[in-house]
Design a protein around this ligand. Structure first.
Ligand SMILES: [Zn+2]
Length: 683
């Protein structure tokens, strides 16, 4: 599902992939996880209220080297790695006794094919041959759309994106959606901005595309010429693409139209052959996310020489599958996507890449084996109790917020009461019986599994929405709010220490997991979520006055964050990150209030490790955002991530919470200097 509809706690790095220099092999200090409050990682010489991020995390950060195969280290990624180690054991066992037809057999066979490096190297580019021949044989513009459909079928997203989605205005049914896409660099800015660093990356991109094409067998001159064609082609798509910040408004990105109307937007283009090739020959209507982008693609389909399209399609296919091919492709692919784009010197070990790939393509098969081992019913029960307390606390807040009018309040309460909660894993698992996993070739297995995924996705079009579906796999270390389903979802993978520990004191769990739960809950009411009603429909249920007050308060948050400069002179985009920043602030506040309720049933507050329960709450929160990022990765994130960098995810909310300064007994003038003059309270 697209980002516009799902708000994640953390935008994880796309699976990147090798090139290692001798210097990088020097021993690094392994980043470590902890349970409870990790006092050893603090910087106690600092005053807590001066720079709480540094106070809580200084020693840990100073002692943490970013491993050469990572662009960054977050608590999220450390836990994800520990989950992957568990998955590796499961998959290695499954690979040994693979009985082909079982879930176990399928994930085992898939994993084994990915680990068979010898065979993969022997095959070279052979697995792509028939797809490449198909592209080479294209004769005229009429054949382009079926060719694009075939590529979309194997999840190589050339030209534009096409998928199923719940209808934003009738959340009971699934419709088709056309949206902007087709770029290979992380964002349109990478093509368009007149910025020294981005220009350098563009130059390196052309060199990279040429190298990859040479690996495919092209001459040096031919490869260089084609690489320039690719850049020009994608730059045109980039120009027609909306900026990320403009994708956040669901109204502006929803245009329900008939296929006939779609064709009026693109004179000379018949879309039937595209839909037919996807098995959607009788599709009548769809939503077009960005009509200007559609027009541009229409014009390119008619006017851009077919030979340029062929160069672009061939590149997109290669780019999508490079990390599944033999070593030279994997290495060059990593050199660009890992080293150039994120500053990471070395690729992940193969086992880890294949675990990721199995999780991404056979997630609910592997997930079944994972939860058996990693998520006992006891953890599920405790997590449910935590969510219930958070939800109850937000309800109390909504009931008495001073700025909300009765009419809006009533709808807000209705929305909260209707909000569904999913914890751990799906109540109903996906059916993989239709998927064949042939042990004889990794890239082809990926292609087959991709096709299986696409068919599953497109098959939903025209049917009622299935609300039992999950948008993340069970081992994922993340969580989301889905406005179309009006639900919050917490996979088993994140319900692990240090996020959640059934054995830890309440302060630790509320400061960490409680905040994540609060964060997702408030997404239902942030600048995007609030546009959807209790049933998940895009409908304005706010009185104009409430909408105005909300906007004013949100604007203060946007201004606050726009002042932060994480690196160079690169500022946080306060508008782009607004929803996430509001969710951080609201989540922390709600979790703090819920946590205070747990203290009421207890005798006297006891200090643990020398800290009061309130102090432990804030420490647990700050520790959750421990991180170390390579400079290039930090720049990439500031440009593309809807979340603020970790340091500001801690400091930003705290500067709006007098409770924090009270908990640490900050001298009044110190608190005054740091607190927002009028702390913003939304939830
Ligand atoms: Zn979020």
């Amino acid at each position: 599902m697209t980002l516009r509809r799902i708000s994640l706690v953390l935008l994880l790095v796309p699976p990147v992939i090798l090139a290692l220099s001798r210097a990088e092999e020097a021993k690094t200090r392994e980043p470590r996880l902890w349970r409870g409050i990790d006092t050893a990682g603090m910087d106690p010489l600092r005053k807590s209220w001066e720079d709480f991020y540094q106070y809580a995390n200084g020693k840990w950060i100073a002692e943490t080297d970013i491993p050469p195969d990572r662009p960054a280290v977050f608590v999220f990624t450390l836990l994800a790695k520990s989950n992957r180690e568990q998955l590796r054991k499961i998959l290695e066992a499954a690979a040994k006794d693979a009985a082909k037809d079982s879930i176990r057999g399928k994930v085992g066979a898939f994993y084994r094919s990915g680990m068979d490096e010898k065979k993969i190297d022997e095959q070279g580019v052979k697995p792509l041959r028939s797809e490449l021949e198909r592209i080479a044989a294209l004769k005229d513009a009429k054949e382009l759309l079926p060719a694009l459909a075939r590529m979309h079928m194997v999840r190589s997203f050339a030209g534009f994106a096409f998928a199923s989605t719940p209808d934003l205005k009738d959340s009971r049914r699934v419709i088709a959606e056309f949206s902007q896409g087709g770029l290979s660099l992380p964002d349109r800015d990478y093509y368009l901005k007149d910025d020294a660093r981005l220009k350098k990356i563009r130059g390196e991109y052309v060199v990279h595309v040429a190298k990859m094409l040479e690996l495919l067998g092209d001459t040096h001159e031919e490869a260089e010429r084609q690489a320039k064609t690719v850049l020009a082609f994608e730059t045109r798509l980039a120009k027609a693409s909306r900026a990320r910040v403009d994708l956040r408004d669901p109204h502006r990105n929803y245009h329900l139209m008939s296929v006939a109307d779609m064709e009026k937007e693109t004179p000379g283009v018949s879309w039937k052959p595209y839909f037919q090739a996807l098995g959607l020959g009788d599709l009548k209507e769809l939503t077009v996310g960005q009509p200007d982008f559609l027009k541009e693609v229409g014009e390119m389909l008619v006017k851009t020489p077919v030979d340029d399209w062929k160069v672009y399609l061939r590149w997109k296919l290669l780019n999508s599958y490079a990390d599944k091919l033999s070593s030279p492709f994997v290495e060059e692919n990593f050199h660009f996507k890992g080293t150039v784009l994120t500053g990471t010197p070395r690729n992940l070990p193969r086992w880890e890449r294949i675990v990721q790939s199995t999780d991404s393509l056979l997630g609910e098969a592997l997930g079944q084996l994972y939860v058996e081992k990693a998520f006992p019913p006891e953890a599920k029960n405790k997590a449910e109790a935590l969510v219930a307390n958070l939800k109850g606390t937000l309800r109390e807040r909504l009931a008495k917020l001073d700025w909300m009018q009765p009419k809006t309040r009533e709808e807000a309460l209705r929305k909260l009461d209707a909000m569904a909660v999913k914890i751990g894993y799906p109540a109903k698992w996906r059916d993989y019986s239709g998927l064949a996993v042939d042990r004889d070739g990794y890239a082809l297995n990926v292609m087959q599994a991709s096709e299986f995924e696409t068919r599953f996705d497109l098959d939903k079009i025209g049917k009622p929405v299935d609300r039992t579906e999950w948008g993340m796999t069970p081992p994922t270390v993340n969580a989301y709010y889905n406005p179309n389903f009006n639900e919050i979802v917490f996979p088993a993978g994140i319900l692990q220490p240090p996020f959640f520990d059934p054995k830890a004191d309440d302060a630790v769990n509320y400061g960490a997991m409680g905040m994540v739960i609060g964060h997702e809950l408030t997404h239902g009411f942030d600048d995007q979520g609030r546009k959807f009603d209790a049933d998940g429909n895009l409908r304005d249920w706010w009185t104009p006055q409430d909408a105005r007050t909300y906007k004013e308060r949100a604007q203060e948050i946007a201004e606050q964050y726009s002042k932060y400069v994480p690196i160079d002179d690169l500022k946080i985009n306060g508008e782009m990150t607004l929803g996430e920043n509001i969710a951080d602030l609201g989540g922390l506040k709600i979790s703090y209030l819920a946590f205070k309720k747990t203290l009421k049933d207890k005798p006297a507050p006891v200090k643990i490790d020398g800290f009061t329960p309130e102090q432990r709450f804030f420490l647990s929160y700050a520790m959750l955002w421990r991180a170390a990022l390579r400079d290039e990765e930090l720049r990439r994130r500031v440009r593309t991530d809807f979340h603020s960098p970790p340091r500001f995810r801690v400091l930003g909310p705290l500067y709006n919470m007098p409770e924090f300064f009270e908990a640490f007994a900050a001298p009044p003038d110190a608190a005054r200097r740091r607190l927002n003059p009028k702390p913003v309270v939304i939830w």
